[in-house]
Design a protein around this ligand. Structure first.
Ligand code: ADE
Ligand code: ZN
Length: 319
C-alpha cells in the first residue's frame, strides 16, 4: 500500500486526461484540433513552461458545464485515492474560464459537486485554492477576487500561477492584501522558471505561507537558510520539472540536497495528465531515480500533512 499523503500542488485543469477531453468535446460539440487521443498525446512534448501552458489553455475549451467540472474532479480524486492521497488542496484557474464565458459559479459549484462528497466517495478530504494568472493584469486579479466573493465559503486560499518570468509577485500586492483581509490563506508559484528573488518577494510582499515549486531557492544560500528557519514549505513537482525542462533528468533533481539542507519539501504532481504521473507516481519516481531511503519517504509523507492547511483535528482524521 502507498504511504498516506496529502497533495498540495495540483491544478485541476491539469488532470484532464486525453480520453476525458475527447468525451467532453463530444458532449459539448467542441472540435479539438487532434484526430484522436494518440495524436493529442503526441503534443505532450514541451520545451518549457509556456509551451505546456499553450496546450493546457487550449484544451480547457472542452470544460463548459458544472457537470464537466464535477466529472474532471471526480476522475482526479479516484486516481489520487488509489495512490494513497488522503487530502488534496486543489488549484483552479477561474480567469481561464471566465475569459471563455464560463461563469465563476459554474466552475466552483461544478467542482464542489465532486469535492463536497469526496470524503464519502473517495476517502479524500479537500480544500480549494483559487489561482490568479500572473500573465494577466493586477486589475483582472482584483475583479476575479470580487467575482469569487459569493463562493468564499468553498475557497480556502489564493495562489498565483501561469507564465512566471517577467511577472514578479509584486504585481499582485494589492489583491493578496485584499485576500488576507478576507481571511484567505496565501500561496504562490515562485522559483519554478523565475529567479530566487521572486521567492523572497512572494514571502515579503504577498505574505505567502507556502511556496509552490521554489526549486531555484538553491541558487541563494541565504534564502535557503531563511526558508529552513521559518519552516516555509515548498511544494515540489519532480516529474513536472523534467517535462518542462527545469531539470535535465530526474537523477539531477535537487530534492535530496534540499532535504539535506533541512527544507520542508513535499512531492506533488502539478498537472499529472500532462507530465506522466499522479502524486504516488512522483514519489515512486524520485524513490527510484534518487535512491531516497524509506525514512526520507516517510519524512516527505509527514511533511505533506504538516504543510497542509488542515486543522489539527482534520489532520489526525486524514492521516
Ligand atoms: N499552471 C498549471 N501548471 C503550472 C505550472 N507548472 N506553473 C505555472 N502555472 C501553471
Ligand atoms: Zn503548478
Amino acid at each position: 500500500m502507498p504511504l498516506p499523503k496529502a497533495e498540495l500542488h495540483l491544478h485541476i485543469e491539469g488532470t484532464l486526461e486525453p480520453e476525458l477531453a475527447f468525451e467532453l468535446a463530444a458532449r459539448n460539440g467542441v472540435t479539438l484540433p487532434y484526430t484522436d487521443t494518440d495524436a493529442l498525446r503526441e503534443a505532450y512534448r514541451f520545451e518549457d513552461l509556456q509551451s505546456f501552458l499553450d496546450l493546457y489553455y487550449e484544451l480547457m475549451a472542452v470544460l463548459r458545464t458544472e457537470q464537466d467540472f464535477a466529472d474532471l474532479a471526480n476522475a482526479y480524486l479516484a486516481r489520487a485515492a488509489a495512490q494513497g492521497v488522503r487530502h488534496a488542496e486543489i488549484f483552479f484557474d477561474p480567469q481561464a474560464h471566465l475569459a471563455r464565458g464560463v461563469a465563476m459559479g459554474t466552475v466552483v459549484e461544478g467542482l464542489w459537486r465532486a469535492l463536497g462528497s469526496s470524503e464519502a466517495d473517495h476517502g479524500v478530504s479537500t480544500k480549494l485554492i483559487m489561482c490568479f494568472l500572473r500573465d494577466e493584469s493586477a486589475e483582472s486579479a482584483l475583479a476575479t477576487l470580487e467575482a469569487a466573493k459569493p463562493y468564499l465559503d468553498r475557497i480556502t486560499g489564493v495562489g498565483l500561477d501561469s507564465a512566471e518570468v517577467g511577472h514578479p509577485p509584486v504585481k499582485f500586492r494589492e489583491v493578496y492584501e485584499a485576500a488576507a483581509v478576507l481571511g484567505l490563506r496565501r500561496v504562490a508559484h515562485a522559483g519554478e522558471e523565475g529567479p530566487p528573488e521572486y521567492i523572497t518577494e512572494a514571502l515579503d510582499v504577498l505574505g505567502v505561507e507556502r511556496v509552490d515549486h521554489g526549486l531555484r531557492c538553491m541558487e541563494d544560500p541565504a534564502l535557503v537558510e531563511r526558508l529552513v528557519r521559518e519552516r516555509i514549505p515548498l511544494t515540489l513537482c519532480p516529474l513536472s520539472n523534467v517535462r518542462l525542462r527545469t531539470v535535465d533528468t530526474l537523477a539531477d533533481h535537487p530534492l535530496p540536497a534540499m532535504l539535506d539542507a533541512g527544507l520542508l519539501c513535499t512531492v506533488n504532481s502539478d498537472d499529472p495528465a500532462y507530465f506522466g504521473g499522479y502524486a504516488g507516481d512522483n514519489v515512486a519516481a524520485v524513490h527510484e531515480a534518487l535512491g531516497l531511503s524509506r525514512d526520507r519517504l516517510r519524512e516527505l509523507a509527514r511533511n505533506s500533512f504538516l504543510a497542509s492547511f488542515l486543522e489539527d483535528d482534520e489532520e489526525r482524521r486524514a492521516r
